[in-house]
Design a protein around this ligand. Structure first.
Ligand code: HEM
Length: 486
């Protein structure tokens, strides 16, 4: 510590000497709160490990997460690699190599653009209808209609089923079953618990998940073998024509196969890996955003009223189309605000400082090789950017205050907030699936609030949060009522 080039940066005492401090912090399950607390105490630069600095100045965001990817991902991400036999296999999310990343991402990029995804919109409609049917039968009309709906679970079933529909033209069957029928959700949670904690000391992963001795590996941490097997099965069935899908409708597996037919870099393995990324990165994250929207809206009756007034005035039918939903300014503000106050990813997005180093405010210099990162949970609390009430849920901040703001001053304030939004990461490694999530979020939330009156069963009760990289919530108990005339 005494000779470290970052010894002047403040932080918890033990963090200066060992990464065990942050491993224990992650293990506690609320690291996002520790990060907020430490930045409030020490200022914009906090040392979280012998060679790791957390920074919070939004001005640094475009520099660290630039479009060329000069700050490469740290070894934290190698825990996200898979191991098959003795080979370690990276994916588009976990790869640390800039060229390898460009190659992988360029094969996939255009498939995740909204223009491609809206062509599959009817699949999302089908899933919304299936979701509402379950809600109606179990929580609105049936003999159990007076029991509370654990909506945290149902929103997750919905999000997983949408991923199945868009990826394979087939729901994953969670809504039908009304439970985690395959254990996928539980495995995904356990694997993320592991990723989040062991990622703080990635060398541990070499002894656990990546141990050369297969016996140890097998007994080791939860892995995605079952989900990978599922994707492989779907892939084989499609290629062999036994999955019963009509050729007329298109899905992302068709897209991946088309890329494969034109590009030798997209081999069988890359197709299965792309399918797996959809399942693992696309369902939990969206479920978390949907929960945050419902929870914060119901906690704030004035927001709920204004949202439903907007929906009622818009002459919509359920399921609401994407093109209609994304034209609703208040819905847009609610979605942005929910993702600002509860970002789905709750740790630093760690990067390695490249050659040339990084100059921080306060004449601090980070030399090449030091790890640096920002957390959305910290950046989104910046009062200079988001306002003095940054700690509260207030969708209005995303709209113009016509009594106080000119068009120009609002445009500047809005652009500044958007520039400082780290919900989906930023730059070259920003989220591949952002538009995938937005398609399903705008549609489902517009449809849900249009169709139902909902209330938190116990309005005083807080939900429970577990930060395992994804910041998942439980305890969203809802009482449902059908809205009149809907
Ligand atoms: C609310 C929903 C979502 C949130 C909040 C979210 C958040 C993020 C964030 C913060 C990153 C950057 C991670 C980093 O820099 O370490 C990221 C990357 C990524 N996300 Fe998402 N994500 C969401 C939905 C999705 C969906 C639906 C998919 C796919 C179907 C997806 C696939 C990916 C992939 C592949 C990457 C890695 C991109 C790269 O390194 O080039 N995400 N996401």
């Amino acid at each position: 510590h005494l000779t470290s080039p970052i010894k002047s940066i403040p932080g918890p005492f033990f963090a200066k000497f060992t990464n065990v401090w942050r491993l224990l912090d992650a293990l506690g399950g609320r690291a996002e709160l520790s990060h907020q607390y430490l930045h409030a105490k020490y200022g914009p630069n906090v040392r979280l490990g012998p060679d790791l600095v957390s920074v919070s100045d939004p001005e640094l965001l475009r520099k660290i997460y630039d479009i060329r990817g000069q700050f490469t991902k740290t070894n934290f991400y190698k825990v996200g690699d898979a191991k098959a036999g003795n080979v370690t296999i990276a994916n588009v999310f976990s790869t640390r190599n800039n060229e390898d990343h460009s190659k992988r991402r360029s094969l996939l990029n255009s498939l995740y653009k909204i223009g491609n995804l809206v062509q599959m919109e009817t699949r999302v409609d089908e899933t919304i209808n299936a979701f509402f049917k379950c809600i109606d039968q179990q929580f609105v009309e049936g003999p159990n209609s007076d029991i509370a709906c654990p909506l945290d679970e149902w929103l997750l079933y919905f999000a997983w089923d949408v991923v199945g529909q868009l990826t394979f033209s087939k729901s994953m069957g969670f809504l039908d079953a009304g439970k985690d029928h395959s254990g996928f959700m539980d495995t995904s949670d356990r694997a993320l618990d592991y990723f989040c904690v062991v990622g703080q000391l990635p060398a541990l992963d070499d002894w656990l998940a990546k141990n050369p001795i297969e016996g140890i590996r097998k007994k080791g941490p939860p892995n995605f073998d079952a989900a990978a097997g599922y994707c492989l099965e779907k892939y084989m069935a499609r290629v062999q024509g036994t999955d019963g899908k009509s050729v007329k409708t298109r899905d992302m597996l068709d897209d991946f196969l088309e890329v494969k037919s034109k590009n030798s870099d997209m081999d069988d393995f890359a197709v299965v890996s792309a399918l797996l990324v959809n399942i693992l990165a696309g369902a939990d994250t969206t479920g978390i955003l949907l929960r945050a929207i419902v929870y914060y809206t119901l906690k704030n009756p004035a927001v709920l009223k204004r949202l439903q007034d907007e929906l009622d005035a818009a002459d919509l039918t359920s399921p609401v189309s994407y093109s209609a939903a994304c034209k609703l300014p208040y819905l847009d503000a609610v979605i942005r605000e929910a993702s600002r106050i509860h970002p789905g990813v709750g740790l630093l997005l760690e990067r390695v400082v490249p050659e040339g180093g990084l100059q921080l405010p306060g004449s601090i210099f980070l030399p090449p090789g030091i790890k640096v990162g920002m957390s959305a949970w910290v950046v989104h609390q910046n009062k200079a950017v988001f306002g003095q009430d940054a700690a509260s849920f207030n969708p209005q901040r995303w709209l113009r205050d016509t009594t106080l703001e000119t068009e120009e001053s609002f445009a500047a304030r809005l652009a500044n907030m958007k520039r400082s939004d780290l919900t989906f990461g930023a730059g070259k490694r920003s989220c591949l699936g952002k538009e995938f999530t937005l398609l399903e979020t705008y549609k489902s939330m517009a449809s849900l609030f249009l169709k139902y009156d909902m209330a938190l069963t116990d309005p005083e009760k807080e939900w429970k949060i577990q930060n395992s990289w994804f910041v998942r919530q439980t305890g969203l108990d809802i009482t449902f009522l059908q809205r009149r005339n809907r």
